[in-house]
Design a protein around this ligand. Sequence first.
Ligand code: P6P
Length: 343
Amino acid sequence: MISLADTPLPTIPRSAPPELALPVGTTLDRFILREQNAFPFATGELSQLLRDIALASKIVNREINRAGLIDVTGASGTDNVQGEAQQKLDVIANIRFIRALRNGGEVCAIISEEDDDMILTGNANGKYVVAIDPLDGSSNIDVNVSIGTIFSIYRRISPVGSDATVADFLQGGRRQVAAGYVLYGSSTILIFTTGQGVNGFTLDHSLGEYILSHATMQQLRTGSIFSCNDGNMADYPDYVQTYLHTCRQRRLTSRYIGSLVADFHRNLIKGGIYLYPPTQKTPFGKLRLLYECFPMGFIAEQAGGQASDGQQAVLDVTPTELHQRSALYVGSPVLVNELLATR
Ligand code: P6P
């Protein structure tokens, strides 16, 4: 009996294009299955949930890439719960993710930046709830700058079979079972953690598959990039202004895209710190705790980074409301600790 292991792989003819010699790589599905097998009690629901999110992101990616052609740029004429003008693509992305999560069957409820109230999916037997910012940085849509999706997943604490409750979403940042983001940039990348490190997958458009491209991501301990909206400088707490002044004195590089996902991702790879302090307009911070700060904080810590609200680790902030805001300082631990040391 000849085993496959003994069978030499067919040689690729010299005349073949070089990419034929390259293996396709690890698809998201294969990676999730491999990770699931590492959890003896995993029953596949979380795996399916992650696949549902990946599917929705591919659909949203398609619509973002065609935005200028199918008249989905510009404002929708409605405001979200934050009182911010919704862009057409905000609404479309929201519908796509809610539909995918509802049809996937694993999620019993969703909260979204785009909806005031908790959304019951009708899947009362779903074991998970999802907090999502369907399209973060949407002010950048019309100018073709990177935007993203941010998601956070909890196991429900309400009884399976009953309606989910708000308490399912207010468990606290360290009760997340998974979190991730999709960056719709020069390529489309899905980054997520289930508490076993951070991995990134790049969408291969020719296959329609996410392929492992950033395995076991590690936040650089320090860096030379700081990201904040300089226009709000006069509003920032004194210690933040002092810290930013030292950044300038040290000739660190200022980079601010205006999309949390894009600034976070660059700092994750190159090292750096992202700051969104309290301002006069947003005295409790602008970013939302449940679907921006908690997921990004989980990813940051899993990659060896640090995320604070200025007083404590952001994952330790006590959530009391679905659309609660928080300050966020996140990225290389050396830089975050330098900031906190100026308090
Ligand atoms: P500002 C986008 O609205 C967002 O939530 C983050 O993605 C981004 O970092 C920040 O707000 C930008 O806010 O006030 O600098 O335009």
